[in-house]
Ligand binder design. Structure first.
Ligand code: G3P
Length: 212
């Protein structure tokens, strides 16, 4: 499963990219607002840090405006992916942008039906949200597994990005359910390497090396 970082903070992206396991970046309007910067400025910087898909989300509600915004953002760099909402306008915009060779990510996906619409519209990525489903007390791993199943049955090329990841359990569930990608906040990504037995083992080996 590929690992993307879910942040608009360039320091976090730089640090995670230096670890060598980040193959893409996702942002959203909330993450951009947190940085207090313009979307275009942040995106220009991110493309120089990670050579992989970089999702930039449109903010307008109707298809025509989303298409225009998407075309402008896509001009910034070949790796830009236009993130579109799971609405009929978003699906219409997706279909048009895909025809123009622009990569898309349909976001705010919470059901197999919604994922099917994104895949049928030819989206490059579809983003089911694990954390927000969890918040609503709904099953997350099953959703990812079922989307992956539909993708396999019909041979869709759309890649599944498990998003809204809040903890390690979400990452493990996404991997076990066959997600293509998990997009992970920096703090959660850094926790992936932690295990008390690794720490204990490191101490044992360090002591053994000193005793020689
Ligand atoms: O990529 C979408 C994701 O960032 C949403 O996460 O934690 O706001 O549900 P969250």
């Amino acid at each position: 499963m590929k690992l993307f970082i879910d942040t608009a903070n360039v320091e976090e992206i730089r640090a995670a990219a230096a670890c060598g396991i980040v193959s893409g970046v996702t942002t959203n309007p909330s993450l951009i607002a947190k940085e207090g910067r313009k979307l275009e400025d942040v995106i220009h910087e991110i493309v120089s840090l990670v050579d992989g898909p970089i999702s930039a989300e449109v903010t307008e509600g109707d298809a025509e405006t989303m298409i225009a915004q998407g075309r402008d953002l896509a001009k910034i760099h070949k790796n830009i992916v236009i993130k579109l909402p799971m609405t009929w306008e978003g699906i219409k915009a997706c279909k048009t942008l895909v025809k123009e060779g622009i990569k898309t990510n349909v976001t705010l996906c919470f059901s197999v039906d919604q994922a099917l619409l994104a895949m049928e519209a030819g989206a490059t990525f579809v983003s089911p949200f694990m954390g927000r489903l969890d918040d609503a007390g709904m099953e997350t791993e099953e959703l990812i597994r079922n989307i992956a199943k539909v993708k396999a049955i019909y041979g869709y090329k759309t890649e599944i990005i498990a998003a809204s990841i809040r903890n390690l359990k979400h990452i493990e569930s996404a991997a076990l359910a066959g997600s293509d990608i998990a997009t992970i906040p920096y703090k959660v990504m850094m926790k992936m390497i932690e295990h008390p037995l690794t720490d204990a083992g490191l101490k044992i080996f360090a002591n053994a090396a000193k005793s020689k």
